[in-house]
Structures are given as C-alpha cells and as structure tokens.
Design a protein around this ligand. Structure first.
Ligand SMILES: [Fe+2]
Ligand SMILES: [Fe+2]
Length: 281
C-alpha cells in the first residue's frame, strides 16, 4: 500500500431520537461511501452528552455501523466520563463506564502499521486518573506499542489536546480551561514518550475547533467536530470555530497530507444555544 487514507471524525455527538448532529453524520456517511478511504478514526465524544445513557451509546454505535469502510474508535469525556485530575464534568471515568464503551465500540486503544507509518490510538480519559490500575496498564501498553514501531514515523490519536498554549503551561485554575487538555503531569509523561518513540503527529478532537501547529518536531492537530461548535462567540477560542473532519493521506518516507473537509456542506450547529436561557426576573 503506497498511501493510507485515513479520515478523522471527532465529536460526532449522536443521541437517540435526536435529529441535530445526525443530519451532518448522514452527509458524512454519503461522502465516505463515495470517497472510500482506507479507515475512519472516530476520535471520541460519539454520544450526545451523558456517558451513562445506554440508548445514546446504542444509537451512536448503530449510526457508526453504517460506515462502508472500517472504523476504529476512541473514547471521549462524554463517552466514559471526564478525567479524574483535570476533568470538569460531574461524571468521571471509571471501570464501569469504560466497560460500556468497549461493549458498544470494541477496543479503547489500538495500534497498527500501514504505508510505512505506525498508528496508535489511546484512551485520553484515563490520563491523570489518580491511580486507576487501567491507567498504569495503558502507559505500559503505550510504551510497548511505540517500541514495536521502532524506526517508523508514528501518528498518535487521542480525544483531548495535550495543552492549550505550550507544554510548559501549568494546570489551569479555571475548570473550563483545565478540562480542555491533559493535566501537566500526564502531558509531560506523554510528550516524553512521544519524543523518544518517534511520534511525528498528534491528532485530537474535544475542543470543537480546528487548529494546526508544530513544535519540537511534532505536528499537532485539533480536528473539528462533525456536529457543532461549542461555547458562545465571546468564549476564548484557540482555533477555527467550524464543523468538519480531517482527510489524511499518509505515505512511505514519513510524509503526510491533511485537509479539512465539510465546512461547505455540513450544518454549523451552535451547541451553546441549546443550554442558553435568560434568567426570569
Ligand atoms: Fe465534544
Ligand atoms: Fe470532549
């Protein structure tokens, strides 16, 4: 295989009996059926909002199951709960929620090689778990997975960005900012592994914003949500406030291309309006 074409969809946010966001997903299914990429990576937040809504998990899985090409899944905060140290949602990651995700979507982490690249996906929600045994297992697994691709460029996928402005930034006091990325301890550990292991690209979702930059020989991408943009227009934004998905092409020799697709044919839902209500006098 000379080229491996991978589509990252993120923050699909599908809910049983709810038509918003499904409109975009149906259009993406058609696009993928026409384009026939090699793989889709669903980078977290597959369900609408509540990690414990069994019907939403079943609905999201059924909709993802309509893809005509293979798909690999990763969990987000809305799928299995937020991170223990850096999270903000009342519901946090635990073994029960992880087991529900695995029951519906299969693996919570994976690794494979194609077109001279190593591809690794990890469960971002487990990072900074304050001692959950599943986190220690994942760190060991990740070290082995990266070592198994020795000499190959590696693309790493996970739901949450590693940081907002720079790897050296401290953990934010503001819980909204703090939940936007990994806690500083997990981030340092992960970047250390990435630097030693040959990771060339880190692709995340979660922020519902599109952003690309490179730092210390690693390309960082924040993929847009296929569903909606988040927060009011006055909120802090680091990237483009748009909907879409990423069309990657990985090639032998360690090169890759990417483009954002969908901004011109998906509906740009604004999620904050659904939560917005003016207090009654
Ligand atoms: Fe999301
Ligand atoms: Fe998220």
């Amino acid at each position: 295989m000379s080229e491996f074409r991978l589509i990252q969809v993120a923050d699909v946010h599908l809910g049983a009996g709810q038509s918003h966001h499904l409109d975009n997903w149906l259009k993406i299914l058609d696009w993928i059926a026409r384009e026939r990429p090699d793989l889709v990576v669903a980078n977290g937040d597959l369900v609408m909002g509540d990690p414990d809504n069994e019907a939403d998990h079943a609905f999201a899985r059924a909709q993802m199951g309509r893809l005509v090409v293979p798909c690999r899944y990763l969990p987000g905060n809305h799928d299995i709960g937020d991170n223990i140290i850096a999270g903000n949602m009342p519901k946090r990651v635990d073994d029960t929620r992880r087991a529900r995700f695995v029951r519906h979507f299969g693996e919570e982490r994976w690794a494979f090689a194609a077109a001279g690249w190593g591809f690794v996906g990890i469960n971002a929600q487990l990072l900074g778990s304050n001692g959950q045994s599943a986190e220690a297992e994942q760190w060991q697994w990740l070290e082995k997975a990266l070592a198994g691709f020795a000499g190959l460029p590696i693309a790493l996928f996970l739901h949450k960005p590693l940081f907002l402005d720079h790897p050296s930034e401290p953990d934010y006091e503001d819980p909204t900012l703090r939940q936007s990325c990994l806690d500083s301890g997990s981030r340092a550990q992960l970047i250390g592994l990435c630097q030693r292991g040959g990771v060339r690209l880190v692709s995340a979702g979660h922020k519902h914003q599109t952003r690309f930059f490179s730092l210390d020989n690693i390309y960082y991408l924040w993929g847009p949500s296929t569903a909606c943009v988040n927060g009011p227009p006055t909120a802090l934004h680091w990237g483009a406030r748009e909907v879409g998905f990423i069309d990657f092409r990985f090639r032998h020799g360690g090169t890759f291309e990417h483009r954002v697709v969908g901004g011109d044919f998906l509906f740009r839902h604004e999620s904050y309006m659904r939560k917005f209500a003016v207090a009654k006098p």
